[in-house]
Design a protein around this ligand. Structure first.
Ligand code: NDP
Length: 315
């Protein structure tokens, strides 16, 4: 990459998950010549999942990485300029907006579409990383189906963990739920639902010591943090639901966010508090977090950007 160069673009898209590529497809077709920077994980979270069965249009399902190659190729075919590179700093104080790529190259853009996604939080133990994709997952809706009729474990005690435990309870024989304190963080209604579900077994004051298995998950060893007692439970799936971190750090001085760092958008739109800066996908969505909803909001961002540029006489 050329160092310390400045390039002016009409629409800059940051991120390459379903939201970013959908924005790129729509923006290209509207002749906005979008430039898209892919970030550190081109294709986003779907590139670390296996089979995707709930993305409409693929009756036989599709592998996550393959789906993202389709997205990428479609954006490219429409004429989007897709590039490697990570946005490292922004300045939204005046137009054109400034975005630095890899701390070197400066892009000046009339409109910016943020589609940087969110990253699942992990426990940070070695076995979790080794068995990721082989029974370890951070998405029950994506992967729960593979454990139909089997015993699984889930760690976490927030609304996400509660929701995912309930989802899994409808598919799996038993859901072992590990909670590190003696109470849950989840809303009362979700706690009640979890506790009243016969095949969810709660383990209080319990932490994951190790996920067991060579090639795939065969069990989990947990520790009671009050008594230090260890317990091994045979499970085939291990779900981590301890929260997500939106990838919004570089925007924090400019955009309104909630306390967890999700970018706030005006309801029903992709507009942020900065005119001409739009947000789509998981960076602004802590509720749905699905590929199809991310793609939908990416489309919204491109349409909102087009309207904005037209109103400003820039397109
Ligand atoms: P939260 O941050 O609310 O909860 C994370 C949970 O994971 C906490 O219970 C926490 O435990 C636990 N945890 C964190 N780190 C570890 C660890 N290393 N080991 C074991 N447990 C750990 O995240 P959520 O994703 O659940 O929710 C995020 C936000 O989204 C919340 O505001 C939630 O209400 C909202 N949400 C709303 C939904 C809805 O309305 N339908 C659905 C899903 C989410 P501890 O409590 O001990 O800190």
């Amino acid at each position: 990459m050329e160092k310390n160069t400045v390039e002016k673009v009409q629409v800059l898209i940051i991120g390459s998950g379903p939201a970013g590529y959908s924005a790129a497809i729509y923006a290209s077709r509207a002749n906005m010549n979008p430039v898209l920077y892919q970030g550190i994980q081109p294709g986003g979270q779907l590139t670390i999942t296996t089979e995707v069965e709930n993305y409409p249009g693929f009756p036989d399902g599709i592998q996550g990485p393959e789906l993202m190659i389709h997205f990428e190729k479609q954006a490219q075919r429409m004429g989007a300029d897709l590039r490697y590179g990570l946005a490292t700093k922004v300045d939204f104080s005046s137009t054109p907006y400034k975005v630095w790529i890899d701390d070197e190259k400066l892009i000046e853009a009339d409109a910016v579409i943020i589609a940087t996604g969110a990253s699942a939080k992990w426990l940070g133990i070695e076995s979790e990383q080794r068995l990721n994709g082989y029974g370890v997952s951070a998405c029950a809706v994506c992967d729960g189906f593979f454990f139909r009729g089997k015993e699984v474990a889930i760690v976490g005690a927030g609304d996400t963990a509660a929701e995912e435990a309930l989802y899994l309870s409808k598919l799996c024989s038993t859901v072992h739920m590990f909670i590190r304190r003696d109470e849950m963080r989840a809303s009362k209604i979700m706690q009640d639902r979890v506790m009243n579900t016969a095949n969810i077994k709660m383990y209080w004051n319990t932490e994951t010591d190790e996920i067991l298995g060579e090639k795939s998950v065969e069990g989990v060893r947990v520790k009671n943090n009050q008594t230090n007692e260890l317990n091994t439970i045979p499970v085939k799936g291990f779900f981590v639901a301890i929260g997500h971190t939106p990838n919004s750090e570089i925007f924090k001085d400019w955009l309104h966010m909630d306390e967890a760092g999700y970018v706030k958008t005006i309801p029903g739109t992709s507009k942020t508090n900065v005119e001409g800066v739009f947000a789509s996908g998981d960076v602004q969505d802590k509720i749905y977090r699905q590929a199809v909803t991310a793609a939908g909001t990416g489309c919204m961002a491109a349409l909102d950007a087009e309207r904005y540029l037209s109103e400003k006489g820039l397109h």
